[in-house]
Design a protein around this ligand. Structure first.
Ligand SMILES: Nc1ncnc2c1ncn2[C@@H]1O[C@H](COP(=O)(O)OP(=O)(O)OP(=O)(O)O)[C@@H](O)[C@H]1O
Ligand SMILES: [Mg+2]
Length: 662
């Protein structure tokens, strides 16, 4: 304890009349971390592992309740990595190592810790773009277990606290969950992110267990907005007695003066200073680095621990000089902080001071059924507000159907129509599949970023099942409307079999759902949207290649025949072939306008001759026999197979969502 006293004595400056550092023991509700080391395997340009890199070389510090700890340091020094490590969010890959001891009140902290509400606010938080600020927060509150009435009250209070009243009914906007739409400003978005992550936590109690980690809340904001953001963080810390830890880039001096504590990091996450913000200038002055008068202390600090790569204007080796300076600063701190580590050790053992703390206000989360209802409500709202996009899809379907219909107008029932019918049916299947696949590949990965953040929340997170089911239930029926419109316009124009029309449209609708489900599974398995968009169309081309098992256009090699059963194009194609040709009777001569006009051409005469010789089919059943398809009832069997393909893709997507934690 002697060491502790000695250590704290350097922090006794209290320019703002605060005495937060007066207590010699760490308060109940303190977040401590000790020797956090993170090493990753590095790769060269060819992607081969060529060594290791220590990103955090043993960070030790603590964050006190009721105070804001600002982490400062040059870009790449490990600020975000440290926050991720504290919140158990580091994606530690095989070969990487993360060690260290992170505790809250002396108990190991991880995502499952129940005695602390841990909130993490990402640098670029993503939201569902078509929900208003109020709706977003109300859903968050309900997912945290608030009743509908309480959720409204909690949200009203939060909107006021976070100065979001003026934009409460504005849609959030952004490019997540669908398309890019204009919405709230950058500052409002950041405040919404903090509100969303801390909503209702400790709202009715002086929570002793609230930790809020915020990555770069002020980046991208103008100086005024950034200052307001720091105000909000300070308010949050003081009002909720929360440990607020944030990384800051270039705070202006007024903002810097508002944060209570500073953790200055040099490269490798090594500590250059940790203590009250109002003592930092004196500390550096004591070790020989005087902050010039009227200079922003934050900029001064970052300059001190930054290495200037390259030679100075006068030819001096600034890199070596600045490197030596950083090493000296880190060494100075290590010597000074030897006592502080003892404090951390004691805090790791048990809380040393027990103030008038109360239980953390974490409500029982809603069950899967309520989660499903809440998420289905959001999916419906999101879809409803994107109706104009669906309007565009509708127009595109009608135009495309018109184009198909015009190119194959009234085929008639002559011998020539057989091949053209088959071609139209194949094109309809491919068109339907491609449109659904691209929509799914485009939308789902962007939505997943938002969903992954929400699912990962310690409070108010939800399971993949309710989310995925709600999404399917709302979006699939909407997606199935477009192929029906397409087919409904195209079929009479082409003159497709009226008797099989219902089955034809149902097959196209199912095909749309099947292709969308394939898009979901590819997106869920892919690491990001770019990979999904790159491999999705290739997978579809393979499906098309394997889809013509009937041999109408190309033969599938025998070796690949079993795989072709997985092709969603195959089942759709067989379905539409059967619905079209069952019961169709052909005429002896082509009667469609094009054939009549071409009648005198040698090719037409040749076909007519073949028909005369009995080579051309007389009925649809002849065609189906020629394609080695059953002559009746096969359309339904094909539909069943389509459903199986959908189920398989849904299962793959679900497993990927569960296993990949989002
Ligand atoms: N998984 C990883 N593999 C390799 N290098 C990594 C990995 N994660 C982080 N790094 C590297 O570690 C360093 C620290 O990254 P980090 O994002 O924590 O920096 P930062 O201090 O937050 O920087 P900034 O201020 O620019 O946001 C960077 O140089 C980064 O490239
Ligand atoms: Mg960062």
């Amino acid at each position: 304890m002697k060491n502790v006293e000695k250590n704290y004595s350097i922090f006794e400056s209290s320019q703002r009349g605060r005495s937060h550092f007066a207590p010699l023991a760490l308060a109940m509700g303190t977040l401590t971390w000790r020797d956090v080391k993170y090493t990753v395997r590095t790769k060269n340009a060819d992607g081969n592992h060529n060594g290791t890199r220590e990103i955090l070389r043993g960070s030790s510090a603590y964050a006190s309740p009721g105070r804001v700890l600002a982490i400062l340091g040059p870009s790449g020094c490990g600020k975000t990595t440290l926050l991720n490590a504290l919140s158990s969010r580091l994606d530690v890959k095989r070969g990487d190592t993360l060690v260290g001891d992170i505790r809250f009140n002396g108990t190991t902290l991880n995502r499952d810790s129940r005695d602390v509400a841990l909130s993490y606010v990402e640098q670029e938080p993503k939201f569902f773009s078509n929900l208003t600020v109020r709706e977003t927060l109300e859903l968050d509150a309900r997912l945290r277990g608030e009743s509908d009435a309480d959720a409204r009250d909690v949200v009203e209070a939060t909107l006021r606290k976070m100065s979001l009243m003026s934009c409460a009914d504005t849609i959030v906007g952004g490019d997540t969950g669908g398309k890019a739409v204009a919405g709230i400003s950058g500052g409002e978005r950041r405040r919404l992110a903090i509100a969303s992550e801390t909503l209702g936590l400790g709202s009715d109690a002086q929570s002793s267990g609230l930790v809020v980690l915020v990555d770069e809340p002020t980046s991208g904001l103008d100086a005024f907005q950034a200052d307001k953001m720091v105000d909000k963080l300070v308010e949050l810390a003081e009002r909720e007695n929360a440990c607020v830890v944030c990384t800051l880039h270039q705070p202006r001096s007024a903002s810097f003066a508002k944060v209570h504590d500073v953790l200055l990091l040099a490269s490798g996450g090594r500590t250059a200073y940790h203590g009250p913000s109002d003592a930092v200038v004196k500390y550096f002055s004591d070790i020989g680095y005087e902050c010039p008068e009227h200079f922003n202390p934050a900029e001064f600090l970052i300059d001190l621990v930054s290495v200037d790569v390259g030679d100075g204007a006068d030819g001096t080796d600034t890199e070596t000089k600045t490197r030596q300076r950083v090493e000296r600063i880190v060494e100075c701190w290590e010597k000074r902080a030897a006592g502080a580590n003892d404090t951390i050790i004691s805090a790791h053992g048990a809380p040393t001071k027990r103030p008038e703390s109360r239980e953390v206000a974490i409500k029982k989360p809603p069950g899967p059924f309520r989660q499903f209802r809440l998420l289905a409500g959001r999916a419906w709202r999101q879809a409803k507000r994107e109706m104009w996009v669906n309007g565009v899809r509708m127009i595109a379907s009608v135009v495309l159907a018109g184009a198909f219909g015009s190119c194959n107008f009234k085929l008639g029932l002559g011998p020539r129509s057989v091949k053209r019918r088959i071609a139209v049916l194949m094109q309809a299947c491919i068109n339907t599949s491609m449109l659904a696949l691209v929509k799914s590949l485009n939308g789902f990965p962007r939505e997943r970023a938002t969903v992954r953040r929400e699912m990962a929340r310690q409070n108010g997170g939800y399971k993949p099942g309710p989310y995925f089911l709600s999404k399917l239930l709302i979006e699939t029926p909407i997606d199935m409307v477009f192929p029906v419109v397409f087919g409904g316009v195209m079929a009479p124009m082409v003159g497709l079999n009226k008797a099989g029309r219902k089955m034809f449209l149902s097959t196209l609708a199912l095909q749309s759902a099947a292709a969308a489900s394939l898009g979901l599974s590819i997106s869920a398995l892919s690491p990001n949207a770019e990979v999904a968009l790159a491999i999705g169309p290739c997978v579809m081309v393979l499906n098309i290649m394997l889809g013509d098992a009937s041999g109408a256009f190309a033969e599938v090699p025998d070796a690949l025949a079993p795989v072709s059963k997985l092709s969603l194009i195959r089942h759709a194609f067989e379905g539409v072939l059967c619905s079209e040709f069952e019961g169709l009777v052909f005429e002896k001569h082509d009667t469609d306008a094009k054939s009549v006009a071409d009648a005198s051409k040698p090719r037409a005469l040749k076909i007519a001759k073949r028909f005369g010789e009995g080579i051309a089919p007389r009925t649809g059943e002849d065609v189906l026999r020629g394609l080695a398809l059953p002559i009746s009832g096969h359309a339904r069997r094909a539909a069943n197979s389509q459903c199986k393909v959908i189920a398989l893709n849904i299962a793959v997507t679900y497993v990927a969502l569960v296993c990949k934690k989002g």
